[in-house]
Design a protein around this ligand. Structure first.
Ligand code: NAD
Ligand code: TDX
Length: 331
C-alpha cells in the first residue's frame, strides 16, 4: 500500500512510520504541519525510496487533493493531543481535530481511498476505580475535556461519512501510549526528563488516577492489522491490559533511575481530571488475531528511560517551554 500518514512527525505517528518501514513493503508519505508537537528529527534516517515528507495542514483541501491520487489509504493521526493545553486554549483542538478530520473525510469521499481514523479511549469518559467494567466498542460516548470532546466529534464524523457517503473507513480507539519520541509535555517523558535534569517529578492531585498503558509499537502493529484486515465501517479498541495508577508509574521511574520512590511533589490537579481508563480489546484480538508484544510495562519503561537518556538532543530544546507552560498552571 501507499500510505498517506497525517501527523507522522508527532509521537505515535512517527513510531508508526518507523514500524511500517521496518516491518512491511508499504511506502509512506507524511503530511504534517510541524506544530509545537511535530518534530522532523523523529523521522531521521528513513529510506528516501519509500518515504517522503510534505509540510502542510490537514485543513488545506487543495493540498490534500494533490496527494490522494498517489495513495491507497489515509492513516489519520494528526491532532492537537494534550488535555492540559485544551483546557487553556480549546480553539486549535476544534480546528485540527474536527475541521481537519472533516477536510480529510471529504478528500477520501472525493477520491474513494481507504481511511483509517486514529482515536482515543477518552471518548468514553472515565470509570470508577473499583468498576469491574472496561470500555468496549459498545460503551456510550461521554467525553470530559475539550480535547476528548473534539476526538469524539471526529469519530462521529467518520461514522457519518461512512454511512451517508460510503467512505471506506475504520476507527481505532487506543489507550495511553508510551515509548520513544513522545513530547516532554506528556506524563511519562515529563517525569523522566525532570529526574534526568535533577528536578522532582510532578504528580497531579493524589495520583490515584489510572491509565491503561500500551507501548507505541503495539499500537502500530494493531493499526497495521486493522488497515490490512479490518472490516470497513467497524471500530476496534486497542489496549494491552496495562492499567497502572500515576503514583506507581512515578515511583517506578524514580526507582529505575536510582532515586527514592517518594522523591516527587504533589501539584494542583487537572480540572475535570478523568479518574480511570481501561480497555477491553477482545474484539481486535478475536476477530483479527492481534496480540501485543510488550507485555511487561517495567521492561518497556526501562527501554523508554534509556531512550530519553540517550537522546537528550531530541528533547532538551522543548523542555524549558513545556515547563514554563506548566508553571503558569501551578503544575
Ligand atoms: P502529538 O501531539 O505527539 O502529534 C500530533 C502531530 O500532528 C504533530 O506532529 C503535529 O504537528 C501534527 N498536527 C497537529 N495538527 C495538525 C494539522 N492541523 N495539520 C497537520 N498536522 C497537524 O500526538 P500523539 O500523541 O502522537 O497522538 C497522535 C494521535 O493519536 C492523535 O489523534 C491522538 O488523539 C491519538 N491518540 C493518542 C494517544 C496517546 O497516548 N498519545 C492515545 C490514543 C490516541
Ligand atoms: O505532570 C503530570 N503529572 C500528572 O500526574 C502530567 C503531564 C500528567 N499527569 C497525569 C494526568 C493523567 O492522569 O498523568 C496522566 C497522564 O497524563 P497525560 O500524559 O497528559 O495523558 P492523558 O491526559 O491521559 O491523555 C493521553 O492519553 C490519551 C494522551 O495525551 C491523549 O492524546 C490520548 O488520547
Amino acid at each position: 500500500m501507499r500510505l498517506l500518514v497525517t501527523g507522522g512527525a508527532g509521537f505515535i505517528g512517527s513510531n508508526f512510520v518507523h514500524y511500517v518501514l521496518s516491518h512491511t513493503e508499504h511506502t509512506v508519505t507524511v503530511l504534517d504541519k510541524l506544530s509545537y508537537a511535530g518534530n522532523l528529527a523523529s523521522l531521521d534516517g528513513l529510506d528516501p525510496a519509500r518515504f517522503r515528507f510534505v509540510l502542510g495542514d490537514i485543513q488545506d483541501a487543495s493540498l490534500i487533493a494533490t496527494l490522494t491520487p498517489d495513495h491507497d489509504a489515509i492513516v489519520h493521526y494528526a491532532a492537537e493531543s494534550h488535555n492540559d493545553n485544551s483546557l487553556s486554549d480549546p480553539r486549535p483542538f476544534l480546528e485540527s481535530n474536527i475541521i481537519g478530520t472533516y477536510t480529510l473525510l471529504e478528500a477520501a469521499r472525493a477520491s474513494g481511498i481507504r481511511f483509517h481514523h486514529i482515536s482515543t479511549d477518552e471518548v468514553y469518559g472515565d470509570l470508577d476505580l473499583d468498576d469491574p467494567a472496561r470500555f468496549t466498542e459498545n460503551t456510550p460516548y461521554n467525553p470530559s475535556s475539550p480535547y476528548s470532546s473534539t476526538k469524539a466529534s471526529s469519530d462521529l464524523l467518520v461514522r457519518a461519512w461512512t454511512r451517508s457517503f460510503g467512505v471506506r473507513a475504520t476507527i481505532s480507539n487506543c489507550s495511553n501510549n508510551y515509548g520513544p519520541y513522545q513530547h516532554v509535555e506528556k506524563f511519562i517523558p515529563r517525569q523522566i526528563t525532570n529526574v534526568l535534569r535533577g528536578e522532582r517529578p510532578r504528580l497531579y492531585g493524589t495520583g490515584e488516577n489510572v491509565r491503561d498503558w500500551i507501548h507505541a509499537d503495539d499500537h502500530s502493529s494493531a493499526v497495521l492489522t486493522i488497515l490490512e484486515r479490518g472490516v470497513v465501517g467497524e471500530t476496534y479498541l486497542i489496549g494491552a491490559d496495562g492499567e497502572k495508577n500515576n503514583r506507581s508509574v512515578i515511583e517506578l521511574i524514580l526507582t529505575q533511575l536510582g532515586h527514592p520512590a517518594d522523591a516527587y511533589d504533589l501539584v494542583a490537579d487537572r480540572p475535570g481530571h478523568d479518574l480511570r481508563y481501561a480497555i477491553d480489546s477482545a474484539k481486535l484480538r478475536t476477530s483479527l488475531g492481534w496480540v501485543p508484544r510488550f507485555a511487561d510495562f517495567e521492561t518497556g519503561l526501562a527501554d523508554t528511560i534509556a531512550w530519553y537518556r540517550n537522546n537528550e538532543a531530541w528533547w532538551a530544546p522543548h523542555k524549558d517551554a513545556a515547563e514554563a507552560r506548566y508553571r503558569t498552571q501551578g503544575q
